[in-house]
Design a binder for this molecule. Structure first.
Ligand SMILES: NC(=O)c1ccc[n+]([C@@H]2O[C@H](COP(=O)([O-])OP(=O)(O)OC[C@H]3O[C@@H](n4cnc5c(N)ncnc54)[C@H](O)[C@@H]3O)[C@@H](O)[C@H]2O)c1
Length: 368
């Protein structure tokens, strides 16, 4: 099993991915600056596997799974160099990187474009420089369906036009271009390409990651007002917020509310495990894959499913449509199934059950 660097591994998706990768027997080194997460998440992940979270990363790891935490910023070259050098000195070089570290709030990216470009693009650039220097050329990158903008056709295939409509999406599109250049695949739009420069890279375009670990011990813990529907719905159910706003009930959908492709975070984490396995076993290549369920759920369906899971009523009011929103955004995930042998296993009811179990046990997230 491999020694892996997980940037942003304390965050929502990263922590669930750490769980799945520990299960697969990997040794993990997490780099996180905790700008949007808590070390408690990783302590709980370690605990779920009967491990303790190593803060010093001093001893040589045995052959079993392990998890170490380095607090630091992915934009700092020195931190990255130390990390790769130290791993090598301890006898286990970093074989691959999963790069979650980044900022993800669309509205905030409109307010603070420079900060978003800095963390998302410069952070990725520094990481790639360090990887190149230390001879590590396998990377799984967190991209986003946001880069499709307002889609012209659904379900959305990887060949759909890239037309981001906010700085967040633009920064993800820019990193995708940077990765294609680094892999030696500039200007080529085929989602499966061989890399003449010897890189193994997966650009994974997530749809709407939601839900929580089935143990209820880790889940999404957004700072302040949630940006997305899911944490908002469960926060209303648990009594942290009064009511939900539904943006538009006059969309051309089955009940008039917006339809999205929600993917259980454990399915998403398993998609990363599959991508890593495919990259490590295959020739140098650049993969570009949608990770979604291929199913759409409307806002009202999400409210009903959460009411059923929680046994609580979720008050909501209809507000005007938001500019830039689309009626329906659903993935075509068939390429990921063909290339990775992966597809989602969990339903909307599983998502609501697990999301609710997490919220109920941790009404104030990791600060409870
Ligand atoms: N959650 C979504 O809806 C979604 C959808 C598509 C893509 N993504 C992408 O997936 C990745 C993970 O998303 P998430 O939902 O887990 O977000 P998150 O905010 O929970 O996790 C991101 C992690 O990165 C860390 N981080 C941020 N800046 C850093 C820096 N400069 N150095 C080191 N660590 C840093 C944060 O502290 C956090 O732990 C992000 O890149 C995000 O853009 C998320």
């Amino acid at each position: 099993m491999a020694q892996l660097l997980i940037t942003g591994g304390a965050g929502f998706i990263g922590s669930h991915c750490c769980d799945v990768l520990l299960e697969a027997g990997h040794q993990l080194v997490v780099l996180d600056d905790f700008s949007n997460s808590s070390a408690i998440a990783l302590e709980r992940v370690a605990d779920l596997h009967g491990l303790s979270l190593q803060r010093q990363w001093a001893e040589h790891h045995g052959s079993g799974s392990s998890i170490s935490l380095i607090e630091g910023d992915v934009r700092e070259r020195q931190t990255l160099d130390q990390l790769f050098t130290r791993a090598k000195a301890l006898g286990r070089s970093i074989e691959a990187v999963i790069h979650f570290a980044g900022l993800k709030a669309v509205g905030e990216s409109v307010q603070q474009p420079l900060r978003y470009w800095d963390v998302n693009l410069v952070g990725s650039q520094r990481l790639l420089e360090a990887m190149e220097t230390h001879g590590c050329r396998t990377l799984v990158f967190s991209s986003s369906a946001t880069l499709y903008g307002t889609p012209e056709q659904v379900p959305i295939a990887e060949s759909a036009p890239i037309q981001p409509i906010n700085p967040y999406g633009a920064s993800k599109a820019a990193v995708e271009t940077l990765l294609a250049d680094v892999a030696g695949c500039s200007g080529c739009s085929d989602p499966v390409q061989s890399s003449p420069k010897g890189w193994r890279i997966a650009r994974l375009r997530y749809f709407n990651p939601v839900g929580a670990h089935p143990s209820g011990r880790i889940g999404e813990d957004p700072n302040g007002l949630p940006n997305n529907l899911f944490p908002f719905v469960t926060q209303v159910a648990v009594g942290r917020r009064e009511a939900l706003q539904v943006f538009g009930d006059d969309w051309p959908t089955r009940d008039g509310t917006g339809v999205r492709d929600y993917i259980h975070v454990m399915d998403l984490a398993e998609g990363h495990r599959a991508a890593l396995k495919t990259l490590l076993a295959g020739p140098p290549q650049l993969l570009t894959l949608n990770l979604g369920s291929g199913q759409g759920a409307s806002v009202l369906e999400v409210i009903q499913a959460t009411e059923a899971a929680s046994g609580r009523s979720i008050p909501y009011r209809i507000a005007p449509r938001r500019p830039g929103d689309a009626a329906i955004t659903v993935a075509d995930p068939s390429l990921a199934e063909r290339v990775l042998g992966w597809r989602t296993q969990r339903t909307l009811n599983d998502i609501c059950r697990d999301g609710w179990a997490w919220q109920k046990a941790n009404p104030h997230g990791f600060s409870t």
